[in-house]
Design a protein around this ligand. Sequence first.
Ligand code: 13P
Length: 345
Amino acid sequence: MSAYAQELKATAQAMVATGKGVLAMDESNGTCNKRFEKLGIPATEEYRQAYRQLILTAPNLSDYISGPILYDETIRQSTTDGVPFVKFIQDAGMIPGIKVDTGAKDLAGRPNEKVTEGLDGLRERIAEYYQMGARFAKWRAVITIADGIPSRGCIEANAHGLARYAALCQEGGLVPIVEPEVLIDGDHTLERSFAVTDETLHAVFNALYSQGVAYDQMILKPSMVISGKDCPTQASVDEVAEATVTCLLKNVPATVAGIAFLSGGQSMERSSAHLNAMNAKFGNQCPWPVTFSYARAIQQPALNHWSGDSSRVSEAQQKLLTRAKCNSDASKGVYSEPAGEPALV
Ligand code: 13P
């Protein structure tokens, strides 16, 4: 048992407390720059700091967000007033988290499949992040659906990586967010998404068990069971909610501290509507809190509005808070889209 077991359990529970979810803002410099370039924002450290400050200083963000996931560059940055971001987060009553994987790389001998790297030196990096104030971590594995894939080899390699990472985190005092993302890209059906998510979650929990990971000291960050984005027949909100909850109930032990979904390229409205339907219709069947750990589905309107213009910070923050509140409401099953927001697409 980890020396940190009690602390880990308390942190995991706080991350998924009623009405709260996690805010993913751990885009690597490469991903952040790509999103900036689309909007004509300079891809510099100065602008990345300004954007992350905009997010973290949004007034009363902690009403909806238990903790943000930071990137290595961000966890070392401060506000322009000189307050380290980690201290700012703690003082606002939130828990700092950190992405610790080093990215999804091509899997040898398996064309079009990826394996997530980052285990080398991870024990030492976890110790440094813990010392800096982080209390949870994230590792994202990606599973691609296409003709003949995913292979068993890809699923097992990623499950093994996630489990080794999770065990190291618990040893070092960080709650692991275990994120096996089945990508939405492709023309696959809801049924195929179910089958692949089922096989993936089964392999992940098998590996977590083998590595002695304590389920009550971890958070699962799954993708939803959903039609591929190019599938001609798109499943309804209720179909997605039912298929997703069914797949989770089949695979996720009841002692897991919480489920916090990724948005995965769904529209903001669908991300909220799906989470809401799961809680409103199936909440009483779920043994774990079911909430969000979204990046794009919370950040996108704020990033678009800001577009690097310092005079738009406070309006951009209001847009961020609107999505954070929508998803907080969805985690309680009481969401409805605010008037004036774009229609469900
Ligand atoms: P999205 O919600 O944009 O999918 O991002 C979540 C995340 O953290 C991906 O690793």
